[in-house]
Ligand binder design. Structure first.
Ligand code: NAP
Ligand code: MG
Length: 492
């Protein structure tokens, strides 16, 4: 086949109005932080984007106090319908500034513009629209009449979907009547700070949302602050575990959304062409920086060779490079640290005897990159089959029977998501029922909708985000007792 190259099609950055430096967003205004400021860079070029303030203990105190004041004086006194109006306004402003947000996200995070433009930002708006609709209907959330807000929510989010994770956290918290202090990840603070401008534009009362930037120590100060009533965290299992420990016994309500090692199960009767696209989407979307990524392909033995051959052919057509180019499929790895981790685990895969195949792509000179990689001959005991690589690396395992597929799929400390590819509806339902995973996709993968709850089993965390269930994490129910509370009471 003749080699057809694509002309560059970069999205312009002219739409951005970035500042040289950003302060913390506290009580409705940008203020200087008292920690050591840091830079956020583009992982595709390693060029500095802006100087970012860091919050120290004193700043965290001020932010939590602002959130408490806003809760007591304004937000908790508004009707649900009025809170909803603010959320609708935010959703519309996100849509108005969608292109700017998508460009900023791709610049700061490294993800392809077609993903930030077509997935991240539209979902951000959808999340605010969805929870705006709930704000005046909390009585119907299944938590009994008059469920009460918790107060101040401390939220810490990761770098893989910076603005989308912010929306997952802020939208339900505000709809339920809480105020918020949120910390974005150190490597991706940019869109959260543009979002702060959107909050000003929306005239959201001061202090209802406070955005404090900084590294892990700022996150730790925030979740351990005695003035917060609720902690919501998305990130690594190690940090999630530490937060569970330090918040135990404090009375803070906690939800954790941690890592995953999802099985994407392909039966021999699956529509193979669609399955190939689903496998690619499952693990190479967002460079594999996805907690619910389908990082373990379980393929029925009699179609394994065909699936792997077709997969390699498909991966050879993916274009790696400039995240702002509209034709890019695989963007930059978010940080040098994450690149080192992906390299290290991939080397371990080879040392353990798995066979490595890497798509032949030209790697740009600057920035952090990792070409799409597949490991075959992987066994369930290999570290690449057990640990979250959080990169564009797929481990292929095989199975013969549905029972073997289920047992291999469940053979993981995680339980966030799974995929099943088969022509038979009965088989899909039968297998899905036995998978210990919070979300199971059938003949598709990585589908997100604000009305659908998302969350994990085992080391993938607890609590659900999204849907009616996502409200429960931000409400105290009154006049209604959960089955757990009733059985506890009965034992007394
Ligand atoms: P991480 O360290 O858990 O970071 C998540 C968030 O927590 C970030 O905002 C981080 O701040 C903050 N943080 C770090 N230490 C903290 C502490 N002791 N107390 C409170 N907050 C703290 O995750 P990571 O370093 O970005 O990634 C490491 C691994 O986590 C990845 O390889 C992947 O396996 C997993 N991960 C999972 C998800 C997910 O969506 N489930 C997302 C990202 C990463 P800084 O970023 O500023 O340090
Ligand atoms: Mg950055």
């Amino acid at each position: 086949m003749p080699f057809l190259d694509y002309a560059p099609a970069p999205e312009s950055t002219a739409i951005l109005h970035l500042r040289e430096s950003y302060g913390l967003f506290i009580d409705g205004e940008f203020v200087d932080g008292h920690g050591a400021s840091f830079q956020t860079i583009s992982p595709a070029t390693e060029v500095k984007i802006a100087e970012i303030s860091a919050a120290n203990a004193q700043d965290v105190d001020v932010a939590v106090a602002a959130a408490r004041r806003a809760y007591d004086r304004t937000w908790s006194r508004l009707s649900g319908a009025d809170r909803g109006k603010y959320l609708f306004r935010i959703a519309r402003l996100v849509q108005e500034r969608a292109r700017e947000l998508a460009v900023a996200e791709s610049l700061d995070n490294g993800k392809p513009i077609k993903e930030s433009r077509d997935v991240d930002v539209p979902l951000v708006a959808a999340w605010f629209f969805y929870y705006a609709g709930w704000a005046d209907k909390l009585d119907y959330a299944g938590l009994g009449p008059n469920p009460r807000a918790l107060g101040v929510a401390a939220q810490v989010i990761p770098w893989n979907f910076p603005l989308l994770m912010l929306a997952w956290k802020i939208a339900p918290a505000l709809a339920a009547g809480n105020t918020v202090v949120i910390k974005p990840a150190e490597t991706t603070p940019l869109t959260a700070l543009i979002f702060a401008e959107i909050l000003q534009q929306a005239d959201l009362p001061a202090g209802v949302v406070n955005i404090i930037t900084g590294a892990g120590d700022t996150g730790s100060l925030l979740v351990n602050h005695p003035g917060v009533n609720k902690v919501a965290f998305t990130g690594s299992t190690a940090v999630g575990r530490a937060i569970a420990k330090s918040t135990a016994g404090t009375g803070k309500k906690l939800t954790l959304e941690l890592g995953g090692k999802a099985a994407n199960i392909v039966f021999d009767d699956a529509p193979i062409d669609q399955a190939i696209e689903g496998i690619v989407n499952g693990i190479f979307f967002n460079q594999g920086h996805v907690c619910c990524a389908g990082s373990r392909l379980l393929v029925q033995e009699n179609v394994q060779d065909e699936v792997v051959d077709r997969l390699k052919a498909r991966l050879s057509t993916l274009r790696l490079g400039d995240p702002l180019d509209k034709n890019t499929d695989i963007g930059a790895i978010n940080s040098r640290e994450q690149l080192d981790r992906i390299r290290e685990l991939s080397d371990v895969g080879e040392q353990e005897g798995a066979e490595r195949w890497t798509a032949d792509c030209v790697i740009p000179k600057d920035g952090f990159w990792f070409a799409p990689t597949i490991f075959t001959n992987v066994s369930t005991s290999h570290r690449i089959a057990r640990e979250e690589v959080f990169g564009p690396v797929l481990s292929v395992l095989s199975f013969r029977t549905p029972a073997e597929a289920i047992s291999k799929a469940n053979n993981t400390p995680y339980g966030l998501s799974a995929g099943i590819w088969s022509d038979k509806g009965s088989r899909i339902l039968g297998v899905a029922d036995k998978l210990r995973a919070g979300v199971v996709w059938a003949n598709t993968f990585n589908q997100f909708d604000p009305s659908s709850p998302f969350g994990g089993y085992k080391e993938s965390g607890y609590g659900r985000e999204g849907g009616r269930h996502g409200l429960a994490a931000y409400l105290e129910s009154s006049g209604w007792h959960s089955p757990a509370a009733i059985s506890k009471g009965a034992r007394k």
